[in-house]
Write a protein that binds this ligand. Structure first.
Ligand code: GRF
Length: 216
C-alpha cells in the first residue's frame, strides 16, 4: 500500500521533525516525510532534513501582506508534494482561519503540556508557576482556535522538585519524540476518527493513547 505523505512545518531546531524522519526510515512505517517547510531560513531543522534528502522549502512570512496569503503559499508547497497530513513541529506562526479549515482533519500539532492546561508560549514556565505535579505533551488536531483542537493522545511526565524550565522541557521533549511518531502511524493506518469533537483511535485500547513515563 502507498505510504501516507507527511509535510512537516517548522520554525526552529526541528527535533520532533527529526523524530518523525527517524521513524519513517523504518521500512514498516506507514508514512513518509514528503517535505519540510520552514518560515525561517535559519531554522536548524532544515539542514537535518536536507542531509537525508528530504525536499525543503523556506517561505518567509515577512514577504507576505497578510497571514492568509502566506498560508495559501505554504499550502500550495505541501500540495505539490502530495501531502495527506500536515504535522506542525515547533512552527511558530499563528495561522489564518483559512489554513486549518482547508486542512481540517488532516493537520496535527504537538504541544508541550497536557492541554487544555497551558496553551500558548512559555509553557513550562506556566506549569512551574502553577505548581502542577504532572505535565507532559499533547498531540491534537489543529482548529482555528490556538492549541485547542480535538486531542488524539497525550504523554505524562512528573514535575519534580527543583525542576527548571530546561529540565522539565527536556523531560517532556523525550516523550514528544515517542508520541508524535506513534500518532502519525495511527493516522497513516487510518485508525483515527473524530466525532463530536472527540477522537477515537480504532484498534488501540483507549489507555494506549496516554503514555506515562515516571523516568526523571
Ligand atoms: C516542542 O516542544 C513542541 O512541543 C512545541 O515546540 C517545540 C519544538 O521543538 N510545539 P522542536 O523544534 O521539535 O525541537
Amino acid at each position: 500500500m502507498a505510504k501516507l505523505k507527511v509535510g512537516i512545518l517548522i520554525s526552529g531546531r526541528g527535533s520532533n521533525m527529526a523524530a518523525l524522519i527517524r521513524a519513517a526510515q523504518s521500512a514498516d512505517y506507514p508514512a513518509e516525510i514528503a517535505c519540510v517547510v520552514s518560515n525561517r531560513e535559519d531554522a536548524g531543522g532544515l539542514e537535518v532534513a536536507r542531509k537525508v534528502g528530504i525536499p525543503t522549502a523556506v517561505i518567509s512570512h515577512r514577504r507576505y501582506p497578510d497571514r492568509e496569503a502566506f498560508d495559501r503559499d505554504v499550502s500550495t508547497a505541501l500540495e505539490k508534494h502530495g501531502v495527506g497530513l500536515v504535522a506542525l513541529a515547533g512552527f511558530l506562526r499563528i495561522q489564518s482561519a483559512w489554513f486549518p479549515e482547508h486542512w481540517a482533519g488532516r493537520q496535527i500539532n504537538i504541544h508541550p503540556s497536557l492541554l487544555p492546561a497551558f496553551p500558548g508560549l512559555h509553557v513550562q514556565r506556566q506549569a512551574l508557576d502553577a505548581g502542577v505535579r504532572l505535565s507532559g505533551c499533547t498531540v491534537h488536531f489543529v482548529t482555528p482556535a490556538l492549541d485547542s483542537g480535538p486531542i488524539i493522545a497525550q504523554a505524562a511526565v512528573p514535575v519534580l522538585a527543583g525542576d527548571t524550565e530546561e529540565t522539565l522541557s527536556a523531560r517532556i521533549l523525550r516523550q514528544e519524540h515517542r508520541l508524535y511518531p506513534l500518532v502519525v502511524r495511527w493516522f497513516a493506518e487510518d485508525r483515527i476518527a473524530i466525532g463530536d469533537g472527540r477522537v477515537t483511535v480504532r484498534g488501540i485500547a483507549p489507555d494506549a493513547t496516554l503514555l506515562f513515563s515516571p523516568e526523571p
